[in-house]
Ligand binder design. Structure first.
Ligand code: ZN
Ligand code: ZN
Length: 338
């Protein structure tokens, strides 16, 4: 009984709140709001803001405007408006009208990390049902490179040779991983490395791995291997942002342009062995950002909560954040009337 009245209360307050957030009109999508942090930061002084090290999307857009107006404008448009499927009271799912899919976009990187994390964890669970071994996190590094592209090419080539080695095949049943790069402003070069989650069949010690790695790279031997205790955490670590956003702010324009102009479709994820076919490529990135279990619903369907007809509304970024803050989007749980 209590639960029922609680539900009713929540739904009443939702009604007022959601209505005040959603205005079902195209006219509402005029202002482009760059980042929700902007709102949180509004009260902070300028000097306080500078001490916060993670740049916002607005910072990155401003940085980008100096080197490529076109890319800046795409980044600005990305996730500036969302379509929300709602009955007017219950927002059921939403997706941005445009996604830039750039690796340096905080919105797209976050969406990708979530999506890839889920896919990867599912694959690990599936594989571990039938395959024995220990999950480890292996990091392979190469010497700093003057260009990002050069660094990536060298690392990819080295890894291709590494995995062909007999000792690799003898010890490792499967792997998947992501390339990551950092920038060193003092030496003005990129540090490109590869984080891999591997399924280790036989124990392989670090110094042997290091020797083999030096063999294929010619000059690099720094590797790290550790057993994974928390799969979720390690997967998150591997599929996260390919670069630290703060690095974008410290690199000179020509290096920044390298990152921005990195060839589209540059493969940043790899997989093989028993993890072969872990879908880590961005090509099939879903445009939709579905926050709930209502993926199947479309306009004209009945709302599963109140039965009213569902329709699409366009909201801007600020309004979309408002919907989240209400907790309405992900948290509505179907109320079984019994
Ligand atoms: Zn984006
Ligand atoms: Zn409804």
């Amino acid at each position: 009984m209590n639960q029922l009245s609680l539900c009713r209360d929540t739904s009443d307050s939702l009604k007022t709140n959601v209505k005040s957030v959603i205005t079902p009109s195209l006219d509402t999508v005029q202002q482009v709001d760059i980042n929700e942090r902007e709102f949180r930061r509004a009260s902070q002084s300028k000097s306080e803001r500078w001490t916060l090290r993670t740049p916002t999307k607005r910072d990155i857009v401003a940085r980008l405007e100096r080197v490529s107006a076109e890319d800046a404008s795409r980044l600005k448009q990305c996730c500036s408006a969302f379509r929300v499927l709602t009955c007017g009271l219950h927002p059921l799912r939403s997706y941005p009208t445009f996604r830039c899919k750039k690796p340096f976009c905080p919105d797209c990187a976050a969406e990708r990390a979530t999506r890839l994390g889920k896919q990867t964890e599912a694959k690990i669970r599936e594989v571990m049902k039938t395959t024995s071994g220990r999950l480890c996190l292996l990091t392979l590094t190469t010497k700093n490179a003057a260009t990002l592209d050069g660094g990536l090419v060298k690392l990819k080539k080295s890894f291709a040779n590494f995995k062909r080695k007999k000792v690799f095949k003898n010890h490792i049943k499967g792997y998947f991983g992501a390339f990551e790069y950092t920038f060193n402003p003092k030496t003005n070069d990129f540090h490109v490395h590869l984080h891999l989650i591997i399924l280790r069949g036989k124990f392989w010690n670090q110094s042997d791995i290091s020797d083999t790695w030096r063999d294929v790279t010619g000059d690099s031997f720094i590797v790290d291997i550790r057993e994974i205790k928390d799969t979720h955490k390690s997967v998150k670590e591997v599929v996260k942002y390919p670069m630290k956003p703060a690095d974008l702010m410290t690199m000179p324009d020509e290096k920044f342009l390298e990152v921005v102009k990195m060839k589209k479709g540059t493969r940043m994820f790899i997989s093989g062995g028993c993890f072969y076919n872990v879908k880590l490529d961005d090509d099939d990135a879903a445009d939709e950002n579905i926050f709930s279990q209502f993926a199947e619903l479309i306009e004209g369907d009945a709302c599963p909560f109140c039965g009213d007809e569902l329709f699409d509304v366009l909201v801007n970024r600020q309004q979309h954040i408002g919907l989240h803050e209400l907790g309405a989007m992900p948290n509505i749980v179907k109320n079984n009337s019994s």
